[in-house]
Design a protein around this ligand. Structure first.
Ligand code: GLU
Ligand code: ZN
Length: 490
């Protein structure tokens, strides 16, 4: 069987972790099977369609470096791949269902539907929904209403008895009594546009989709889709509903946990390689230990039998760790090219950067790699190399366990060591700081922190001695003196 998978987003909002996970799994599965990955735009809900969301979808795929084999702008003989361009097809299939008795026109007004909904709620009925009133209209009645141009929708005749089974690759048989399927859902809306269910089933069939990998939130729609395939006399594709995506607290991942849109991750400076790698581990694992995978490796190794039934967890800290690992492994030149625009935009360096600035930055890359979790942190980490520090906060200079007097002592001792740094290795420097710390009876951290703050203006910086050498010993000494003076005032 030739494998054809699809990602079928509705462009109503920004691409998020869950959606991208679905896209990647469909993509990797198709690739690993030598199949095709199709992008289909499900835009038949014209009220909720957003151009911005569509653009974000394109941006996200471009940024991830994921290309579809068939889809918008890339015809593979099954197009168009945008559903709003296929409504004629959807309409004619809806007609077909009316003709063979699986669907019917409903002329009920929104007011009537609202009234029955309220009555059902009041009487606490098990199934809330359409009362199938128009199923009983005679052919003549329908003709009269149509002549009067009465607005109408097309509804599916859900069988009232029997049971429908969806066979899911991961979950096994998902059974549903037909009486529990929503009564007679709309297939074609009054505006002539198909609903999700109709368009989705027709297009999956016509595009010869073999496997549907999608989020578990679509399970409730599954039996209805199977009934539609049966009504058309079509073989349904194979389904695989993917494990849920949770936050570390075991709740469904949502904005409460943090950013979920890929746009946010792009802007903060996560790397596409790290995002692809980490997202692929949500609900899938190759074995018990291996964590690092390139896109090319996943294109080979991804298989459905390695999916987990249990929900997957999205852990922001773990992603940060992954991203940091990918930054460390990156070549200095590539990293520099990635951070440069951010440094310019944040006003840290000139546009274009001066030769001096470029020289410093080249020296910074190997040092900064160890500390950089996301590219967006770069400016604050290197600001001190390009800009003098205006205004120290005396409180920030003084470590928690020390007072001003002691901090001055620490800084003076630090200054004396820094003075000698031209002839010292970093290890020797550290040994001297350690020695002094003991002598002054303070912890090594408390010994180093005031120097760090004097140097950078903040408590987080790249490794201290390397930072000093990057800025220059003389400039560092000036900054230390300045802080000593500040602490001595008052
Ligand atoms: N358009 C649906 C969505 O936005 C597709 C669901 C499916 O994969 O069937 O997720
Ligand atoms: Zn009706």
């Amino acid at each position: 069987m030739s494998v054809r998978t699809r990602y079928a987003p509705s462009p109503t909002g920004l691409q998020h972790i869950g959606g991208v996970r679905t896209a990647l799994f469909n993509y990797f599965f198709a690739k690993s099977q030598g199949g095709k990955f199709i992008l289909r735009i499900e835009d038949t809900d014209r009220q909720r369609y957003s151009e911005e969301a569509y653009q974000d979808l394109l941006d996200t795929f471009a940024w991830l470096g994921i290309e579809w084999d068939e889809g918008p702008e890339k015809d593979g003989g099954f197009g168009p791949y945008v559903q709003s361009e296929r409504v004629e097809t959807h309409r004619s299939y809806a007609e077909e269902l009316i003709e063979n008795g699986h669907a019917y026109r409903c002329f009920c007004t929104p007011q009537r539907l609202e009234r029955i909904r309220q009555e059902q709620t009041k009487n606490k009925l098990k199934v809330i929904g359409y009362d199938r009133h128009c199923r009983e209209l005679s052919g003549e009645e329908v003709q009269v209403f149509l002549k009067q141009d009465k607005p109408n929708v097309v509804r599916f005749k859900v069988p009232e008895r029997g049971c429908t089974v969806l066979h899911d690759i991961l979950l096994g048989a998902v059974k549903r009594q037909n009486e529990d399927v929503s009564p007679d859902p709309v297939l074609l809306k009054a505006d002539g546009f198909p609903t999700y269910h109709l368009a989705n089933v027709i297009d999956d069939h016509l595009m010869e989709i073999s496997h549907i990998l999608r989020a578990q939130e679509w399970i409730p729609s599954g039996p209805l889709h199977i009934l539609l395939y049966q009504a058309f006399g079509w073989e349904p594709p194979l389904y695989c509903h993917l494990p849920m995506v949770m936050g570390t607290d075991g709740q469904k991942l949502s904005k409460r946990h943090g950013s979920t849109s890929l746009k946010d991750f792009r802007e903060k400076g996560y790397l596409p390689e790290a995002i692809i790698n980490y997202i692929s581990l949500i609900g899938w694992s190759f074995d018990d230990s291996r964590e690092f995978f390139t896109r090319e490796e996943l294109e080979e190794l991804f298989t459905l039998d390695k999916l987990n039934k249990a929900p997957g967890v999205f852990d922001y800290k773990k992603l940060d760790w992954f991203n940091g690992q990918y930054i460390r492994r990156m070549e200095d030149e590539k990293l520099l090219a990635l951070v440069l625009p951010r440094l310019v935009e944040d006003g840290i360096i000139h546009d274009p950067p001066s030769e001096d600035e470029e020289g410093i930055l080249k020296g910074v890359m190997p040092v900064i790699k160890e500390r950089l979790k996301v590219l967006g942190d770069i400016s604050e980490l290197v600001r001190f190399l390009f800009h003098d520090i205006h205004g120290y906060d005396p409180e920030a200079v003084v470590p928690k366990k020390l007072d001003r007097g002691k901090t001055v002592k620490v800084l003076e001792a630090g200054r004396d060591i820094v003075r000698r740094m031209t002839t010292l290795s970093d290890e020797e420097c550290e040994a001297l700081f350690r020695e002094k710390a003991e002598e002054l009876d303070v912890k090594l951290g408390a010994m180093l922190m005031p120097v760090r703050v004097a140097l950078t203006g903040t408590t987080v910086s790249p490794p201290l001695f390397e930072s000093i050498r990057l800025l220059g010993i003389d400039k560092t000494l000036v900054r230390i003196e300045r802080v000593i003076e500040l602490l001595n005032k008052r």
